[in-house]
Structure formats: structure tokens, C-alpha cells
Design a protein around this ligand. Structure first.
Ligand code: NAD
Length: 372
């Protein structure tokens, strides 16, 4: 089958859906691959490296005209216009965006959104949310360290002692846990909060302190377990108790990294304007939830703003800031997924009964298969 790798067209998107490493594997598996000239340039993968791996170079239309198109982000209307009906599309297609999926269905594509893969052990190697969130958590700490006018570790010098930075991480999923680990490695004192009780042990195992919000009813305890590893919206009373505790911890903090998300919902507000007002001047907040409305109402998408003396970093695509590694991991995720929809002869063999394939299949025969 002919696999196409177009250059990503979304603003600020530096990642690419295949690397020379994965292309070698596609070629070994009897596929042909056409890579748009310059598709990997922003992620430091050269055209020559793609050619050496066995791909041919082509135009944007050549790549989009392939029977199987691999992308990072959902195709634009212009890109859809270059794709043939029955093309198979694999990418991060934003499964909660019904409008986007409708457009893909109307173009007649068979599409798979990798974000929709279930959080089961067998799906770990193709879990794009984890591979990308992990890097986002790391990069969030790097950005905070760069913005912060002080240092992270305690340092005893002849000119006096510098105190270790205090970091608060809100949301201890994949990104949050990596942020905790990275901040610890830099020598910060770290505290973290999450609604899911399972996160407590993981936070402690990284040497951070868990900010525990007590449960007052069985209902609160039950909702907090989440579903399929994901959080659910908590009752207002619990959120109010969490807000009070978080506010206290943020006032003591130098860096706050927020990563709290609930699938298909706006991000919960965890750091209010009053809390920001009470934070120390020079503190930094990195809001990883900014794309979904933010965990702090003051953060602004793709901006660094200073409000009440606190710098708020609101970059919505942190993996794109580490594009080489983010592409390498994403491309391997895609490679593993393709094993479920292709056969040994390089043909298409969509195993619809497979629970991962079924969960990721978004559009088929002109219809959207998933309701938001
Ligand atoms: P996510 O990006 O959807 O959310 C980030 C974190 O925010 C989650 O930990 C969530 O509990 C937390 N959160 C939501 N509301 C909050 C609130 N009010 N206060 C504080 N925290 C709040 O989640 P994710 O990073 O994708 O990970 C979700 C879970 O899936 C984790 O338990 C992770 O370990 C698990 N997981 C399992 C597998 C597997 O294969 N078994 C793979 C990847 C992830």
C-alpha cells in the first residue's frame, strides 16, 4: 500500500507522523512511502534521511493522494480537498470535535483517531496521549525554570545560601507525574494534587508530597475513582475544599504546573484569580490545560503573560517544542497501530473486532461512528 506523509499545516505544528526509523519498517513490511519534501524539517528529519530509509519525496498532493495517510493533526479543509474517498487516515483527529469528524466523514475517509485508544496494557505502545503528555510534562518544567528568576536546587555558596524552589503540580496523570519527576531531578521541593486516589501512591513514589483533599461522602469517593483511568467532574463541595487547599499551597509555591483534564469537558478551574493575586511576585504558572479553557482563568493560549506579578505560560502545544523526540515517539505509536489495520503483504486488513481498532475508528462510509 502507498503510505503518504504530508508536512503538517497547523500553525506551530513542528511534528511529523513518520521518521526515517519507522519508514524503514514500513518499507520492510512491503509498503511504499511518499514523504512530502520538507515534511520532517521542523523536527530535524531531513529529506535525505527519509530517502535513505526507502521513501520517495513528493509534493503535498502526492502525500495526501496516497491510500493511507499518516498525520499528526486533523486535516484542514484544503488538505481534505486533496484526499480521495476511501483513503485511510490515521492521526490525532480530536475525537470530541464532532464538526471536524463530520468534515472527514463527508470527504469519504476511513479515519482513526489515536487519542481514542483504550487505556489498556496492550494499547500502551500506541498510546499517543501518554507519549506526548510525558514530553509536555518535562517541557513545562523546563519553561518554568527558564522563566523563573531564581534557581530550582538549594545551593550553598560562599556568597550565601539559595533556597530550593517550591513546585506545586495540579493533576498527577502522565504529564503531571513527568513534571514532578523533572522538577525533583532539578532539586525542587514538590507537592501535587489529583482527584484520583490512585495518584497518591504514584506521587509519593516520586518523592513528592500529596495534597490530600478529604472525601466527606461515599458519592465523592466513588466519583473520584474515575472511569477507565480518567477523572470525572467532582461535586462542587469537593471542588471548593480542593480550591481552598490548593490556594494555600500555591501561595507558598514558586512554580505551579497545572495539567488537570476531564475527557470531553472544559478543564476544571483550580487556580483562581484571587489565588494568583496572593502568589509571590516572580512566581510562574504553566497551564497545560490552556487548550481546553485552562486550569487558571488568567492564562492565555500560546502566550506568556504577567498578571499580578506572576508569569503565566499558556503554550498549547508543548510536544511541538521538543519536536524531534515527540515525532520519534508519535511515529512509533502510529507504526504499532498500523499493525492492527494492515496485513503481512502490505495490504489493508482492518480488524474491526479488535477493541483498540473499534475504539479508534471515527469515520467510515461517510458516517461519523462516534458521538461526543
Ligand atoms: P488526563 O490528561 O485526562 O488528566 C490529567 C490529570 O488530571 C489526571 O490524573 C486527572 O485525574 C487529573 N484531574 C482531573 N480533574 C482534577 C482536579 N479537579 N484536581 C486535580 N486533578 C484532576 O489524564 P492522563 O494523564 O491521560 O492519565 C489518566 C490516567 O490514565 C492515569 O491514571 C494514567 O496513569 C492512566 N494511564 C494508563 C495507561 C495504561 O495503559 N494502563 C496508559 C496511560 C495512562
Amino acid at each position: 500500500m502507498l503510505i503518504g506523509i504530508p508536512r503538517e499545516s497547523a500553525a506551530g505544528e513542528t511534528r511529523v507522523a513518520a521518521t526515517p526509523e519507522t519508514i524503514k519498517k514500513y518499507v520492510a513490511a512491503k509498503h511504499s512511502v511518499v514523504v512530502e519534501t520538507g515534511a520532517g524539517a521542523a523536527a530535524s528529519y531531513t529529506d535525505e534521511a527519509y530517502q535513505a530509509a526507502g521513501a520517495t519525496l513528493g509534493s503535498n498532493q502526492d502525500a495526501l493522494g496516497a491510500s493511507l495517510v499518516l498525520k499528526v493533526r486533523s486535516p484542514s479543509a484544503a488538505e481534505l480537498g486533496h484526499m480521495q474517498p476511501n483513503t485511510v487516515l490515521v492521526g490525532m483527529l480530536d475525537p470530541f470535535n464532532q464538526e471536524g469528524l463530520q468534515a472527514i466523514a463527508q470527504a469519504g475517509l476511513t479515519s482513526f483517531a489515536l487519542e481514542a485508544a483504550p487505556r489498556i496494557t496492550r494499547a500502551q505502545s500506541l498510546d499517543v496521549l501518554s507519549s506526548q503528555a510525558n514530553l509536555a510534562g518535562y517541557k513545562a518544567v523546563m519553561l518554568a525554570a527558564n522563566q523563573y528568576g531564581r534557581i530550582f536546587p538549594m545551593m550553598m555558596t560562599a556568597a550565601g545560601t539559595l533556597k530550593a524552589a517550591r513546585v506545586v503540580v495540579l493533576g498527577a496523570g502522565v504529564a503531571g507525574l513527568q513534571a514532578i519527576a523533572t522538577a525533583k531531578r532539578l532539586g525542587a521541593v514538590v507537592e501535587a494534587s489529583d482527584v484520583r486516589p490512585a495518584a497518591q501512591e504514584q506521587v509519593a513514589s516520586l518523592g513528592a508530597k500529596f495534597i490530600e483533599v478529604p472525601f466527606e461522602t461515599d458519592e465523592e469517593r466513588e466519583i473520584a475513582q474515575g472511569v477507565g483511568g480518567y477523572a470525572r467532574p467532582m461535586p462542587a463541595a469537593w471542588m471548593a475544599r480542593q480550591a481552598a487547599l490548593v490556594s494555600e499551597r500555591c501561595k507558598q509555591a514558586d512554580i505551579v504546573i497545572t495539567t488537570a483534564l476531564i475527557p470531553g469537558r472544559p478543564a476544571p478551574t483550580l487556580v483562581s484569580e484571587e489565588t494568583v493575586q496572593a502568589m509571590k511576585p516572580g512566581s510562574v504558572i504553566v497551564d497545560l490545560a490552556v487548550e481546553r479553557g485552562g486550569n487558571c482563568p488568567l492564562s492565555e493560549k500560546d502566550q506568556v503573560v504577567v498578571k499580578h506579578g506572576v508569569a503565566l505560560i499558556g503554550y498549547s502545544n508543548l510536544p511541538a517544542l521538543v519536536a524531534t523526540d515527540a515525532s520519534a515517539l508519535y511515529a512509533r505509536n502510529v507504526l504499532d497501530f498500523l499493525k492492527l489495520i494492515t496485513d503481512a503483504e502490505g495490504g489493508l486488513a482492518i480488524q474491526r473486532e479488535d477493541e483498540i481498532v473499534a475504539a479508534c475508528l471515527m469515520t467510515l462510509d461517510g458516517n461519523v461512528l462516534r458521538s461526543a
